[in-house]
Design a protein around this ligand. Sequence first.
Ligand SMILES: [Zn+2]
Length: 149
Amino acid sequence: MRHFLKEFWVEVAFLFIAIVVILLSILHVNVLAMFSGLVNFFWDFLAEFSFSDYVRIVLVLMVGTILAWRACRRFTRSERYLGDQCPKCGSPLKRVRRVRRDRLLSKILLIPLHRYCCADSVCGWIGLKKPGRHQKNREEEAFEVRDSL
Ligand SMILES: [Zn+2]
């Protein structure tokens, strides 16, 4: 199902829109009135803010963006991200399968992240690092194929 949605998401989205349009026409919903009501609602909502409120919102967004950019830049230059050994004990790393939140985080931060675990079972470190900094083996290449699907 997941592969099907990934492959045909455009078709599924247009099919969903077509079904909604057919349902709205069957139920005789006035789409134009509904749309103008939504626009009016958002327009009234935006009109409640003053100019200084907008300035504050823009400043908070700017500061948040700059802080996030700096934190991301600091992380991508750190040894924890770049190093090819366990940051806790210095042992070699093994690549493990990413979980959904890892892929989401990688897309949000716009940096490639792969999940690794420490080869030393006593250490137990598991974390995200830059991919491709260590020797690949067949098992890891299989992970890359499955991860890219
Ligand atoms: Zn370790």
